[in-house]
Design a protein around this ligand. Structure first.
Ligand code: KG4
Ligand code: ZN
Length: 340
């Protein structure tokens, strides 16, 4: 029988306080998420100071619940994994301090995990056959990265956004049409009543790198469209704007990603991050991957948005590769993928 490795993972980089226990890198024994979304909705977006305070209030209980749900205790845990960047510095610090205290108190190894590596690793949870190499598009509130996953823990960034992240564009457009925070799920819902081809919003290309993205022009086009309607005294359909915007984002993401699939001769393609829970986007990728003859992977929505299970999976592979963090581990708000 092979040895069983249990990782306790902690995630607090933005507005979710989360803890999870993951067995042997692929099996999620518990996945506890305490979301602050309702609170931040009052302010139209995440308020960093409030996020940090809420993490402090919730983190002990969330970790206790995760251990209890997994029917285990700290003494049976092999290592503690924690997101140490990128993210909001005050929010990250709460998780990092908690993980260090637990690791020190219980005498367990500590493993700092990159948040984006966590998002990518979410794909391993429900796809036991998935192994690197594969291409992965990470689309979240803070990141839009096209990544060549060379091996566990080994990444080559092929493309990234030059301005807004895809999720950020969803959030800004949602605010402009009065849907509120968080924009992604609200746009997706509104778009169901609209025509995705009603308004020809631009599909931006970045001249010097076919894999890079730019969403600020699209966001401005939506704002200009709304302003032009208002100035002419014309009404506009929020549903058509939502549907046409969503279609434009989806078209750009799919086109750039499939370009990479062809050029890199990839046989497997995955999506990850909060925006990857969007059904229109998933269907578009499913179709495109089928056309290109590549296997398509995506996590369930609960593993797309921020969670600690994905950190537990990434933490397991880092732990097995020998990665250990010291008690001087610090939160790094702008941590780059592949850096330690
Ligand atoms: O991965 P995530 O939970 O946090 C970050 O690491 O940023 O992503 C959050 C982002 C937000 O911008 C949110 O609006 C977007 O993901 N999002 C969606 C959907 N659900 C969440 N975007 C489009 N469609 C969705 N269904
Ligand atoms: Zn995230």
């Amino acid at each position: 029988m092979t040895e069983e490795i249990k990782i306790l993972a902690i995630e607090s980089s933005c507005d979710e306080t989360a803890a999870s226990v993951v067995r042997n890198g692929r099996e999620v024994l518990s996945n506890v998420i305490s979301s602050q979304i309702a609170l931040h909705t009052l302010y139209g977006g995440v308020v960093p100071e409030i996020a940090s305070r809420k993490h402090i209030e919730r983190i002990n209980q969330v970790i206790e619940e995760a251990l209890k749900e997994a029917d285990t205790s700290l003494s049976e845990i092999d290592a503690i994994a924690v997101t140490y960047g990128p993210g909001l510095v005050g929010a990250l610090l709460v998780g990092v301090a908690q993980a260090k205290a637990l690791a020190y108190g219980a005498g367990k190894p500590l493993v700092g995990v990159h948040h984006i590596e966590g998002h990518i690793s979410a794909n391993y949870i429900e796809n036991p056959e998935l192994e690197p190499p594969f291409l992965c598009l990470v689309v979240s509130g803070g990141h839009t990265h096209l990544v060549n996953v060379l091996d566990y823990g080994k990444y080559e960034i092929l493309g990234r956004t030059r301005d807004d992240a895809a999720g950020e564009a969803f959030d800004k457009v949602a605010r402009a049409i009065g849907l509120g925070y968080p924009g992604g799920p609200k746009i997706e819902k509104k778009a169901k009543e609209g025509n995705p081809f009603a308004i020809p919003f631009p599909r931006a290309k970045v001249a010097d790198n076919v894999y890079d993205f730019s969403f600020s022009g699209l966001k401005s086009a939506v704002l200009n469209y709304i302003n032009a309607c208002k100035m002419k005294g014309e009404t506009y359909s929020e549903a058509d704007i939502a549907a046409s915007f969503q279609q434009a984002v989806s078209d750009v993401l799919v086109e750039h990603a499939m370009e990479a699939v062809r050029e890199q001769k990839a046989t497997k393609f995955a999506i990850a991050g909060g925006v990857a829970s969007n059904q229109t986007l998933r269907s578009a990728f499913e179709k495109a991957c089928e056309k290109e003859g590549v296997q398509f992977y995506h996590p369930s929505p609960i593993f797309c948005t921020d969670n600690a299970a994905m950190i537990g999976v990434a933490g397991y592979y880092e732990y097995m590769a020998g990665t250990r963090s010291g008690l001087d581990l610090n939160a790094i708000p702008n941590l780059k993928l592949g850096e330690r």
